[in-house]
Design a protein around this ligand. Sequence first.
Ligand SMILES: Nc1ncnc2c1ncn2[C@@H]1O[C@H](COP(=O)(O)OP(=O)(O)OP(=O)(O)O)[C@@H](O)[C@H]1O
Length: 269
Amino acid sequence: MATLTVQKQIEEEIPTVDQKKLILQADDVNIYYGDNHAVKHLSLDINKNEILALIGPSGCGKSTFLRSINRMNDLIPSARVTGNLSYEGVNLLSEEVNVVALRKEIGMVFQKANPFPKSIYENITHGLRFHDVRKRDWIHIVEDSLQKAALWDEVKDRLHDSALELSGGQQQRLCIARTLALKPEVILLDEPASALDPIATAKVEELMIELKKDYTVVVVTHNMQQASRVSDRTAFFYNGELIETNPTSKLFSNPDHEQTEAYISGRFG
Ligand SMILES: Nc1ncnc2c1ncn2[C@@H]1O[C@H](COP(=O)(O)OP(=O)(O)OP(=O)(O)O)[C@@H](O)[C@H]1O
């Protein structure tokens, strides 16, 4: 935490009982690509150790919001973010935030598995060299991360084989293991199973449920069954606005808003 930003900001935070559960808080967040107002006045609380699913039709701003949580939008020249987005009380949008340290705490896995063209072992250890981890600890971290990503048993005898020889589902779990090696607090998943077959998808879903014991998970998904199977709460986005956030069972059975009802019943999207 201290590496992230100014100590003063942390000291000023006196958590109340409710705040102790909060890990991320968006307050009137707006995201623009040039003139395109892609995310509008978004306010949302995310609790520790929950799985929050972001759903909504294509182009409604889910991935844009997800990427803002670990400042991936910084890499897009036309992107601009306003408002307040805080992680354990620290404003992530502040220029003083160390983005490398932030991305260690808030890791991200993308839709298409993107292992490096290196060995399984090197994929996991790649990020460790940037974070002062002692080399003699690497093998333990490799095993631990692969165990947590439910991949260890499948690869323990071929750690030095190319990651590109793994199946698509194994590559995606390897990317999750690579993120876990950096000991994050939050894991952002952008449609992590959309390129996978049903068996590999089921493994990734089981893994998400396992991960929430230790991490907070925010997942963008087009698959409403997936959202209802894995998430504790679901946020429905439409046209750049957050329409509704509710416990998943409520949102899918008795949503508060007509637009949510129309979307989940397949009337648009
Ligand atoms: N890199 C980018 N540069 C410019 N505009 C972008 C960029 N990424 C997204 N947008 C625009 O921002 C808006 C929201 O897109 P975003 O990808 O966040 O939606 P989404 O809900 O995640 O959609 P999908 O489900 O199709 O991935 C769209 O109008 C899109 O065209």
